[in-house]
Each structure stands twice: as structure tokens, then as C-alpha cells.
Ligand binder design. Structure first.
Ligand code: UGA
Length: 437
């Protein structure tokens, strides 16, 4: 099938590459000239494991190409995916400017029947909006359908998530168009759910909001565990064995970041308000998430008698492992709090240093964890990169000035760290719990 993908962010690039890999002819478009030039040179605008190889393979086989000419790409295609960003406005509402622009361009290029598939995360009713924009702006009396096909991939495991999704949701206005998109996904052989457009749009937000709720819930439990002498790791395991609950997304920590959960939770609260419903539960999920890093940093501040003249090592900068994405990364709050308190930061991340430098050009960046730890009074684990789990802790202890470790992702065994002479604090971990991870 001839496919056009508008937008070359995480969702667009991965979707386009996977469809090409399945044998379709795919044109990815973006109005960012620099990005398209990079992709045409074989350089990646984002870090995503496996993506570079997949793109190279499909470009070489001439199934995948990149252009800035959206109208041309749309006119050559039978199916057009909208994968543009929907950033938050000041009030939390989704900014649909890029979706609207894409719809207008599609309208201008409409030369034969096309299915327009919305993959961007958009509030309920956007399918209707896209339909109206195309109807108003089309130059020829050509038919089209608008489908909602939300994306559930995670950064860092995007290709795997796309190839092996838990489900594929197709929100279509009629059965015939649903079958067309279903056919496209058929080689993946995974459960597919056909719904109306509005329900598909809601499934996306409800899923992200529910996962965010799980995280804020376990973080709240962790905060109680700390006071009650219980260990959240064991509590989480005990809960997770119950199939009705499940262990996924119950890792207590500094809270959720990234480009999706924070933005989508606020957008759903806003959508609910638009329909006259006060989504109090989700408001509390957001509040818990916002407080979590602050509570953790207050404990560290207390332990160190303030940050003034203290040197703090920060291990992990990206909002989660296997990405260089710094959007809503908890490391930004951590660094800001230390600097505002009069302390000095020494940081390290395997791949996100360059992206952090834009925001904090003056802090010290180590070439590895040991260099970042050198001379520090305390170390904070912010992102659970695998390489931090395997650190030589004896060596770490030797290079540090102090012995305080604040583990914001619970990657270490408290008992082992105490034995090694560290003053260890995790999240929701009792120093008395005899059985650790
Ligand atoms: C999330 C969803 O998981 C995807 O299904 C969805 O497609 C995507 O948003 C999106 O809407 O585009 P992503 O933001 O890439 O994916 O990353 P996640 O792996 O979900 O992690 C989000 C945040 O939650 C991270 O900051 C992570 O550290 C945190 N988290 C996750 C926890 O604090 N605890 C957990 O148990 C799991």
C-alpha cells in the first residue's frame, strides 16, 4: 500500500519505518527542512534503539523515503497518517495547530479517495474536526474517511512495542474503512479492536491516565511505607501477583515524566471540564506526581543540613532509560533544587548530556558515573540506566567525599549498601526490611 506519514517525531518515524518494513511504500514528511536533510543523510534526529538500522534497510530497498513536500507525498498515497505533535497550551488543553495544518494540506492534495488516519494523541472530537477541515478546504469533490488509530508505543522500546503491541485500536466511521486499516496491520497478528472514532480517541487518554494513576498510587503507598517501616518493593510484588492488578507500572520512584503522561493527564482533565465533569481523581494523580520529587529532595536537604556548598552527583538525566529525551525529566527539578539551595551539581547520563547542556550549560558533566561521583557529598540516582545497576560500589565510595546515596529509582539493595558503608535512602524502602529486592 502507498502510505504517507506526516510528522517525523517518535510516532511518525517508528510507524513509517515499521510499515515500510512490512513491505509498504512509505513517504515520511516533515516541514522541518533540517530534520528531513538529516534523515536523507542517514542521521537520526532522535535516539531510539534499532531505528537507525530499520530506516537504513528500508531506504536502501526503496520502500522508505523522506521529503518536505507534504502535498506531493499525500497525493501519491492511499492512506495518510497524521503523526504531528499536540503540545500542551498554558491551561493544559492540547494545542491542535499542527493537526489542523496537516488536515488543510491533506485537503489541498486530495486527488483520489484516501483514508486519513489520526495517530497523534488528540482529544475526543478531533476526528470530527479533521473531517470538517478537509471538507471545507478540499479543492476537488473527492471522498475520504477519517480514522482514529491511537499509538501506544513507549520511547526506548518503540520498535518492539509497534511490532508486538498488546492491542491495535481502530476507530472508524464504518466497517469498510476499518477493514482497510486492519489489513495494513494484519501481518502483526495481534488483537485488534474496532470502535467508533470518539471511543478510540478516548482509549488513548484513558490508558495513559490510568498508567499515570498506577504510578501516583504506588508512590503514595511508598510515602506511607517510609513512615510505617514497610518496604514498597515487597508491597508492589505482593500486589502485582494479583492478575487483576498486575505488576507493570507499579515501580515507585521520583514520579512520571516524559512527553506523554504529564501532558495527557492535564489534557484529559481539561477535556472532562469541557464536558462539565470535574475529574478530581486525575487532578490528585497530577498533584502527587508534582510533589514526589520535592518530598525526596526535602529529605536529602535535611540529611545534608541544606545544599549550601554541598557537591551533589546526579546519575541519570533522561526522563527514563534508553532515551535521550529530557521532556519533563525529573533530573531537571533535582538539578534546579540543588542549585537554588547553593549546591554544586556533577552529572552523568549515558546519552542525554548534550540535551541537558542546553538547559544547564554551567554544571559539570562527567564522562562516566565515577567521574560525576568524584568529590560529591551525596549521589542521587534519577534514571535507572542498566549501567548504574552494575556499578562498582566500592570504587564509587572511594571517589566520593561523603557516603550518602539517594536512590530515586530503587535500583540498589539497601542492606548491601549499608554493609558497604553508604548512608542509603530509597523510595518507600524501610531500613528495617530484612528481605530486599
Ligand atoms: C507512555 C506510554 O507508556 C505509552 O503506551 C504511550 O504510547 C506513550 O506514553 C505516548 O502516549 O506516546 P513513554 O512516555 O514513552 O510512554 O514512557 P513510559 O515507559 O510509559 O514511562 C513514562 C514515565 O513513567 C517515565 O518517567 C517512567 O520513569 C515513569 N514510570 C513508569 C514510573 O515512575 N514507574 C513505573 O512503574 C513505570
Amino acid at each position: 500500500m502507498n502510505i504517507c506519514v506526516i510528522g517525523t517525531g517518535y510516532v511518525g518515524l517508528v510507524t513509517g519505518s515499521v510499515f515500510a518494513d512490512l513491505g509498504n511504500e512509505v513517504i515520511c514528511v516533515d516541514n522541518n527542512v533540517e530534520k528531513i536533510a538529516m534523515l536523507n543523510r542517514g542521521d537520526m534526529p532522535i535516539y531510539e534503539p534499532g531505528l537507525e538500522e530499520m530506516i537504513a534497510r528500508n531506504v536502501e530497498d526503496q520502500r522508505l523515503s523522506f521529503t518536505t513536500d507534504t502535498e506531493e507525498a499525500v497525493s501519491h498515497s492511499d492512506i495518510v497518517f497524521i503523526c504531528v505533535g499536540t503540545p500542551p497550551k498554558e491551561n493544559g488543553e492540547s494545542d491542535l495547530t499542527y493537526v489542523e495544518q496537516a488536515a488543510k494540506t491533506i485537503a489541498r492534495a486530495l486527488n483520489r479517495y484516501k483514508v486519513v488516519v489520526n495517530k497523534s494523541t488528540v482529544p475526543v472530537g478531533t476526528g470530527e474536526l479533521v473531517r470538517d477541515i478537509i471538507l471545507t478546504n478540499r479543492r476537488r469533490d473527492v471522498d475520504f474517511d477519517v480514522v482514529s488509530n491511537p499509538e501506544f508505543l513507549r520511547e526506548g522500546s518503540a520498535i518492539n512495542d509497534t511490532l508486538y503491541p498488546d492491542r491495535i485500536v481502530i476507530g472508524a466511521p464504518n466497517q469498510a474503512v476499518a477493514m482497510k486499516i486492519l489489513e495494513l496491520y494484519a501481518p502483526l497478528e495481534h488483537p485488534m479492536l474496532i470502535t467508533d472514532v470518539a471511543s478510540a480517541e478516548m482509549i488513548k487518554y484513558a490508558s495513559n491516565a490510568f498508567l499515570a494513576t498506577k504510578i501516583s498510587f504506588i508512590n503514595s503507598i511508598a510515602n506511607i511505607c517510609e513512615q510505617a517501616g514497610a518496604d514498597v518493593i515487597q508491597v508492589m510484588k505482593g500486589m502485582g501477583y494479583d492478575h487483576r492488578i498486575g505488576a507493570a507500572f507499579l515501580q515507585a520512584g521520583l514520579g512520571y515524566g516524559g512527553s506523554c503522561f504529564p501532558k495527557d493527564s492535564l489534557a484529559l482533565i481539561h477535556t472532562a471540564e469541557r464536558f462539565g465533569y470535574d475529574f478530581q481523581l486525575l487532578k490528585q494523580v497530577v498533584a502527587v506526581n508534582e510533589q514526589q520529587t520535592m518530598l525526596f529532595m526535602n529529605r536529602l536537604k535535611e540529611k545534608l543540613n541544606g545544599f549550601q556548598d554541598k557537591v551533589i552527583g546526579v546519575l541519570g538525566l533522561a526522563f527514563k532509560p534508553n532515551t535521550d529525551d529530557m521532556r519533563e525529566a525529573k533530573s531537571l527539578d533535582v538539578i534546579r533544587i540543588v542549585i537554588q539551595g547553593g549546591g554544586t551539581v556533577k552529572a552523568y547520563d549515558p546519552i542525554a548530556i548534550e540535551n541537558t547542556r542546553h538547559q544547564f550549560p554551567d554544571i559539570f558533566y562527567g564522562r562516566n558515573a565515577y567521574e560525576a561521583a568524584e568529590g560529591t557529598d551525596a549521589l542521587i540516582i534519577v534514571t535507572e540506566w542498566n549501567e548504574f545497576k552494575q556499578l562498582n560500589l566500592e570504587r564509587l565510595k572511594k571517589v566520593m567525599r561523603g557516603n550518602v546515596i539517594f536512590d530515586g529509582r530503587n535500583i540498589y539493595d539497601p542492606i548491601r549498601l549499608q554493609r558497604l558503608g553508604f548512608d542509603y535512602t530509597g523510595i518507600g524502602r524501610s531500613p528495617h526490611a530484612f528481605n530486599s529486592k
